[in-house]
Design a protein around this ligand. Structure first.
Ligand code: UDP
Ligand code: MG
Length: 319
């Protein structure tokens, strides 16, 4: 049976509205994976695309038996799409790559060679990001730096999910059931021998980013809340600081009322301090809320994704 066939390399490709480039993507992936082994699988995860990506993928499965597809019932997001691929793959080494050709498939043999030298994780680090807006470059840059400062794991800067990981890493990732996925953090958290190669990130050939600003913010918050308690510590320090200041002011007000017999009048100072403290409190509650929302999600314990249909037979593909 197919199932028992030994697979040397799996490639996981999340797909969200990429129909225009799927054929080129397939050809470039196949050509490069074939440099490594005949025994490969390409797992495409269609994350609720609104174009005809699914039809394109199914067409491919008819000409190449090494192609597997998983079709989500709706859009679950990039990290979850990759997770579904990780749950389903059976290769000894597994490549995670974006489906928009911003991560060049030509790098896969190089990643694989480095992996063979004995590294469980080899990620591709961006030396340059072509064709992305200044806003994206600046926010991404800032985000990676902040994350590095406040997290307790060493998450590599300027890297996406483009990487090769050992089967061992895949098995551990399957044991990490968190709902708010931040895969590059989880992989860093696992440890083992990790290294990187450099590359210039290509620009998107077709279509537009599937990461809206809202999705990006959520992703950033998942990274921070999943790997740092620093924001909570910041809130309590802030509280301590303002309590201290208010004690000083209270003491002064009492002193001036009872001893100096001079009561300070002043609506302006009152309104300013009230508004200011109100703002600080709301921000603090918001930060705590972010953590609570993640507890809530994990307690609900829903399946991470729902598969509409797939051509993968094993149980592994079912959540
Ligand atoms: N993607 C996905 N689900 C989404 C958004 C994106 O599966 O909700 C896929 C997309 O098809 C691509 C990869 O994730 O293969 C990276 O997304 P994108 O290129 O939009 O992100 P960017 O490169 O702009 O950060
Ligand atoms: Mg992209």
């Amino acid at each position: 049976m197919e199932e028992n066939k030994h697979i040397a390399i799996s490639v996981i490709i999340p797909i969200y509205n990429e129909s225009a480039i799927i054929e080129e993507l397939y050809n470039r992936l196949k050509n490069n994976v074939l440099k490594i082994s005949q025994n490969y699988e390409l797992i495409f995860v269609n994350d609720g695309s609104r174009d005809n990506s699914l039809e394109e993928l199914i067409k491919l499965t008819q000409i190449d038996k090494n192609i597997k597809y998983i079709n989500f019932s709706r859009n679950f997001g990039h990290q979850i799409a990759v997770t579904a691929g990780l749950d389903a793959c059976i290769g000894d080494a597994v490549v995670i790559i974006d489906g928009d050709l911003q991560d060049p498939p030509e790098l896969i043999p190089e990643l694989y060679a480095k992996h063979k030298e004995g590294f469980e994780v080899v990620y591709a680090k961006r030396s340059k990001r072509n064709g992305e807006s200044y806003l994206k470059k600046i926010t991404a840059n800032l985000f990676y730096r902040i994350l590095k400062k406040i997290t307790y794991v060493d998450i590599p800067v300027d890297t996406g999910d483009f990487r090769i990981i050992d089967k061992k890493i895949v098995n551990y990732l399957r044991k990490m059931p968190e709902q708010n996925k931040f895969l590059r953090g989880q992989i860093a958290w696992l440890g083992f021998k990790q290294t990187h190669i450099m590359f210039e990130r290509d620009e998107r050939k077709h279509g537009q980013t599937g990461y809206s600003f809202a999705k990006m913010m959520r992703f950033a918050m998942d990274g921070i809340t999943g790997f740092s308690d620093e924001p909570l510590l910041f809130v309590s320090r802030l509280g301590l600081f303002f309590s201290f200041i208010s004690f000083v002011i209270i003491a002064y007000a009492l002193y001036s009322h009872f001893v100096l017999l001079r009561t300070i009048t002043g609506w302006t100072s009152l309104i300013i301090s009230t508004m200011f403290i109100g703002g600080v409190q709301l921000i603090s509650v918001g930060i705590i809320g972010e953590y609570i929302s993640r507890i809530n999600k994990n307690i609900n314990n829903r399946p991470l994704y729902i598969i509409g249909d797939t051509n993968i037979e094993t149980d592994a593909s079912k959540p």
